[in-house]
Design a protein around this ligand. Structure first.
Ligand SMILES: [Fe+2]
Length: 195
C-alpha cells in the first residue's frame, strides 16, 4: 500500500465514526466531495495526495462543532485535529502545508495554493446537484425544519456555493444545474405564495 493510502485509511477510521455519531456532514457528501476533488486535481495537475487529505480533513470536526453550537469553529478544530494527526506520521512538509492550507481556506474565495482552490470548489458541489438538494430537504426535514425554512436554506446555499466557485471547469460543469435548481426553487416559492 502506498504511504498516502495508509494515511487516508487511518484518517477514514477517525472521521467516519465521527460522521456516524454526529450525522454531519453526510457520509455521502464526505465521499462525493473527496472524489470530485480528486478528479479535479488530476485534471488540473495538482498534488493529488494533498487534495485527497485536504478534502477529508475539511470535513472533520464539523459535526462536533455543530453539536457544541460552535459551527464557526469547525475550521480551527479541523486544523488542530490535522496537526495532532500528522504528529504520528512522518510526512513531506510541502504536502503537509498544502493540506493545512486546504483546511484553512476551504470557505475562501482567494487561495494561496491550487490544491486549496480545488478543495473549496469541490465543496460547492454539495449543493449544486439536484439529487443533493432533494437529499438536503430530506435530511433537514428529519432534523425538524419545516418546508418554508428548508426552501429558504436551499436558496441561500445554492447562491452561496455558486458565488464561491472560482474554477472555470467547475463553473462550466455546474452552470446549467445552478440555473435549473434556482428556477425550480423559485417556482416552489411562488406556488406557495412565499414571496
Ligand atoms: Fe466547512
Amino acid at each position: 500500500m502506498e504511504y498516502t493510502e495508509v494515511l487516508v485509511n487511518d484518517l477514514d477510521n477517525e472521521i467516519i465514526p465521527e460522521i456516524m455519531k454526529y450525522g454531519a456532514p453526510t457520509l455521502e457528501d464526505y465521499n462525493d466531495v473527496t472524489s470530485i476533488a480528486t478528479r479535479l486535481a488530476k485534471e488540473l495537475n495538482a498534488d493529488i495526495d494533498a487534495v485527497i487529505l485536504g478534502a477529508k480533513f475539511m470535513h472533520s470536526k464539523l459535526g462536533e462543532a455543530i453539536s457544541q453550537k460552535k459551527w464557526g469553529e469547525h475550521t480551527n478544530m479541523a486544523l488542530g485535529f490535522a496537526l495532532s494527526f500528522f504528529q504520528n506520521y512522518p510526512i513531506n512538509e510541502s504536502i503537509k502545508n498544502k493540506v493545512l492550507t486546504c483546511i484553512k481556506e476551504h470557505r475562501e474565495k482567494t487561495f494561496t495554493c491550487r490544491e486549496a482552490e480545488i478543495c473549496a470548489n469541490a465543496n460547492c458541489y454539495r449543493y449544486l446537484i439536484p439529487k443533493k438538494i432533494l437529499k438536503m430537504f430530506y435530511n433537514l426535514k428529519s432534523q425538524g425544519y419545516n418546508f418554508e425554512e428548508i426552501l429558504f436554506i436551499a436558496q441561500e446555499k445554492i447562491e452561496q456555493k455558486w458565488n464561491s466557485l472560482t474554477l472555470d471547469i467547475c463553473k462550466k460543469e455546474l452552470e446549467s444545474n445552478y440555473y435549473k435548481i434556482k428556477e425550480f426553487l423559485e417556482l416552489c416559492k411562488r406556488e406557495n405564495n412565499l414571496e
